[in-house]
Write a protein that binds this ligand. Structure first.
Ligand SMILES: Nc1nc2c(c(=O)[nH]1)N[C@H]1C(S)=C(S)[C@@H](COP(=O)(O)OP(=O)(O)OC[C@H]3O[C@@H](n4cnc5c(=O)[nH]c(N)nc54)[C@H](O)[C@@H]3O)O[C@H]1N2
Ligand SMILES: Nc1nc2c(c(=O)[nH]1)N[C@H]1C(S)=C(S)[C@@H](COP(=O)(O)OP(=O)(O)OC[C@H]3O[C@@H](n4cnc5c(=O)[nH]c(N)nc54)[C@H](O)[C@@H]3O)O[C@H]1N2
Ligand SMILES: [Mo]
Length: 768
């Protein structure tokens, strides 16, 4: 029996061994708040859904490359590695020589696993660069609207995300925390790359103990941990911008806004002020106007605005609010509101973004460089904003707007995905299925038979971190972990590095790709380069051999960081923001100049397609929140024990308010059908008064399990992305709209179809 060895994951470092009864895990001994997500690892590591041998879709094997409606419906044929590598390399070569490298889409968005070297994104990009390049993707599903908007408003997204106030500073200085989207405890365990010691749960408990007043603005009560006493403002989803304008109007009407701050540090307040007063459109954005939209009491809005002006107030907005139509607006309006309070740049005051969205936002560790695999140079310049994947495949040649540019979609023949699950992360999955019929070939490297693997032509079995060696750490982490190999690869699974090395060899690019190093030599090389950088910063680190034997190296603790806004406030001439005016742009001439009706030059409330006041709500009266799951990371390890224990009737649980359930004859434990005109899924009913009436919560990540049922496919397992819209947040940012969808729900009266995702697809033998 082996001993416990160190490893890491996006939800934290932990210890693992391959014991007599299979994989066993233990929290890292120094982690004050280990994540329960480690409980998914043992059951998933050798699950029946591991891809055990290379597999080719039968229709592709028999008929060769070409568009096909059989993708996702066909059976698979297992082949040898030699055959799989030969087929994939020949096809990559055919596409690049006949259509050019631009015809290869390798954006390959996704989180993959922790581990700096085996990071699948870096591996696939490095490989595709080595063979001549690929059409790439920009930004992410997490924060795309903010990443494009914020440079126009504050010059640098990090001013409000990674260089904002720390939690200890908030605990010490803030009197009132107004948290739009709350500070969901479930999300603060995760940072890309990992987190060895989870500090944020402790910060949140300290926040509660310090007596900081907290306003939880969210449709869900559970968006604030129980350790934090809070007043709950159960806002109607998608209406925060109206609420913020109502608060801003109250400040203005009562003379509570800080005119000196607005004058010295901001640009374009006058235009926004006129908008609040209704000068151009005759609509005064006062508390009564806001109340009618956002479902709160006008008197409560007025009282909250007054309290915000009286207190040292920190306004935070979770990333979720911008993952919706017009998602730019609550971020911009939140900044305008905080600017009117005049506290931006003061300790414990101002505006923050993503507090409660991720572990490293507001954490105190140093933001040190980490070992990174160089990706090389991409000779292809074409890219898409990441969430435009279905449009790309469906509409080659079509033009679209993006941040003041006019771009066109290239013609894609081959899609390569490694380390992501678009049939988890993308919206309107039925449309994505249609889009995936278009390319000649889809190649996927995957450890598991995810829906994406099932929609591929060539599936190459990838290892999981337990099966290989790596270096693990995330942003602001407190240790670099020596991730030891803990088990033999399942079946014939191989590292992404091995797969790409073989392909590169066949395509004459192996020297460029491997630089002659094996895995262990790469780890030593990346560690060595990182060590030199640490040396230059004056931090002593052990040799690779000592590090590897010790299992981890402690990273130096951080100094209390100075925020970007503190410097700006101290001297706006010496430390201007990187905006055209050098100031906070409450109105942006640049954005106004683009002339986008869905994102004008200052914050506005624009009613979205999916909100309870929309016309469509007559047919689909409930607003579904599709937020991050508490029981896993996205779709990862959904077959694991902790995730499976959270299912209701074998499906993803949907939270329903008792009034909404009663009106539909639904009781807890029922299998229900959630539907709209985009699609439908089954889910298990969970009745709770912790959601606002009229709101459902169905988190993301249940493995998409399409059943063709006549009316179009139904997801038997509860993936909310069959219901969400694939249209962009706005023309400015082209972000995704995954967070909200109008739906209806009904009790299922017939026998529900089985969940098929727990077994491998047709043609693949079950391991036992
Ligand atoms: N409706 C809705 N949709 C959303 C969101 C939402 O709020 N609402 N949120 C969005 C957000 S913020 C995000 S970040 C995305 C997340 O979307 P993704 O990052 O695509 O989701 P993951 O489930 O993490 O997918 C990672 C995949 O990589 C595979 N993998 C793990 N390790 C390896 C490896 O070593 N090699 C290879 N080749 N593969 C590996 C896993 O098995 C898994 O299938 O989802 C987005 N989608
Ligand atoms: N356990 C776990 N943690 C995670 C992840 C995971 O998959 N699992 N994913 C990680 C990733 S990649 C990311 S990007 C972050 C995402 O971080 P976020 O985007 O902040 O996370 P979400 O859980 O999608 O949303 C946060 C909360 O916003 C609330 N909300 C939704 N709509 C509205 C609205 O219109 N108004 C208001 N006021 N509130 C609303 C929801 O109730 C929800 O619980 O989370 C990270 N953390
Ligand atoms: Mo994300």
């Amino acid at each position: 029996m082996s001993t416990f060895s160190p490893t890491s994951s996006h939800w934290g470092a932990f210890l693992v061994r391959d014991g007599a009864n299979g994989i066993e895990v233990r929290p890292h001994p120094d982690d004050p708040a280990p994540s329960p997500l480690i409980g998914n690892v043992p059951g998933a590591a050798r699950h029946a859904t591991r891809v055990r041998r290379p597999a080719i879709r039968r229709g592709w094997l028999e008929d060769g490359p070409g568009p096909s409606a059989a993708r996702g419906r066909d059976s698979f044929v297992e082949v040898s590695w030699d055959e799989a590598i030969a087929l994939a390399a020949t096809e990559l070569d055919r596409v690049r020589s006949r259509h050019g490298n631009q015809a290869i889409f390798g954006g390959s968005y996704g989180w993959s696993s922790a581990g700096r070297f085996h990071h699948a994104q870096s591996q696939v990009h490095r490989f595709l660069n080595a063979i001549g390049g690929y059409t790439s993707s920009r930004n992410n599903y997490s924060q795309a609207a903010s990443l494009v908007l914020l440079p126009h408003v504050v010059g640098d997204a990090n001013a409000v995300i990674r260089r904002g106030s720390t939690w200890p500073s908030v605990i010490e200085n803030t009197e009132l925390l107004v948290a739009f989207g709350g500070v969901p405890g479930k999300n603060v365990m995760v940072t890309p790359g990992g987190v060895t010691r989870h500090h944020t749960p402790g910060h949140l408990a300290a926040l509660g103990a310090a007596g900081v007043e907290v306003a939880l603005v969210s449709p869900l009560r559970e968006d604030m941990p129980e350790t934090v006493p809070a007043r709950w403002y159960p806002v109607v989803p998608a209406t925060d911008t109206a609420l913020m304008l109502g608060l801003a109007h109250t400040l203005l009407a009562e003379g509570l806004h800080d005119t000196a701050f607005l004058h010295r540090y901001c640009a374009g307040f006058d235009t926004f002020r006129d908008h609040l007063l209704g000068r151009p459109d005759g609509v005064v954005k006062d508390a009564a106007w806001a109340a009618a939209i956002c479902g709160l009491d006008a008197a409560d809005i007025v009282e909250l605005a007054r309290k915000m002006a009286r207190s040292r107030t920190f306004v935070t907005v979770t990333w979720s609010l911008q993952r919706a139509e017009h998602g730019e607006q609550p971020v911009w309006a939140g900044i305008a509101l905080a600017a009117m309070l005049g506290q931006i740049g003061l300790p414990g005051g101002g505006f923050g973004h993503g507090y409660g969205s991720m572990a490293d936002v507001g954490d105190t560790g140093l933001d040190l460089p980490l070992p990174t695999l160089p990706q090389g140079h991409n000779a292809v310049r074409a890219f898409i904003p990441v969430a435009r994947i279905a449009d790309l495949l469906l509409h080659p040649g079509d033009e679209y707007d993006y941040d003041g540019e006019r771009l066109a979609y290239p013609d894609i023949r081959l899609v390569y995905w490694a380390g992501g699950n678009p049939f988890h992360h993308h919206q309107d999955l039925n449309r994505l299925r249609e889009a995936f019929t278009r390319p000649d070939t889809v190649i996927v490297n995957e450890p598991h038979w995810t829906a994406t693997a099932r929609h591929a032509d060539i599936v190459l079995p990838a290892t999981i971190p337990l099966e290989r060696e790596d270096l693990g750490a995330g942003r602001r982490d407190s240790s670099l972990i020596a991730m030891h190999r803990a088990m033999d690869p399942v079946g014939e699974a191989r590292d992404d590095y091995w797969i790409f090395s073989r392909l590169a060899e066949r395509l004459g690019a192996d020297k460029t790709f491997t630089e002659g190093r094996d895995t262990r030599q790469w780890l030593e090389h990346l560690y060595g380069r990182w060590r030199e950088g640490m040396d230059r910063r004056g931090h002593d680190t052990p040799s690779f051999a000592e590090f590897w034997a010790a299992g981890e190296v402690r990273l130096p603790p951080g100094e209390p960081q100075r925020t970007l806004f503190a410097d700006f406030r101290a001297d706006p001439e010496a430390h201007p923001l990187r905006t055209p005016s050098g100031r906070i742009e409450i109105t942006s001439a640049a954005v106004a100049g683009f002339g986008y009706p869905d994102c004008p030059g200052h914050p506005v409330w624009l009613p979205p397609e999916d909100w309870p006041g929309a016309e469509k709500a007559a047919r689909f009266p409930l607003l579904l929140i599709a937020n991050q799951p508490a029981t896993r990371l996205h779709s990862q390890l959904d077959v694991g024990g902790f995730s499976q224990a959270g299912k209701v009737a074998g499906r993803e649980p949907v939270r329903i308010h008792p009034d909404d359930a009663k009106a539909r004859g639904i009781v807890g434990g029922d299998v229900v059908r959630v539907f709209n005109d985009r699609g439908a899924c089954l889910a298990g009913a969970l009745i709770t008064d912790q959601v606002r009436p009229g709101v459902l919560r169905l988190p993301t990540g249940a493995w998409f399990d399409p059943v063709d049922d006549g009316d179009g496919p139904l997801c038997a397992h509860g993936n909310p992305n069959v219901l969400t819209s694939d249209r962009p947040t706005s023309r400015l940012t082209q972000g995704c709209r995954g967070q909200h969808a109008l739906v209806e729900v009904e009790r299922l009266t017939e026998e529900p179809p089985p969940v098929n995702m727990l077994a491998p697809p047709a043609g693949i033998p079950s391991p036992d």
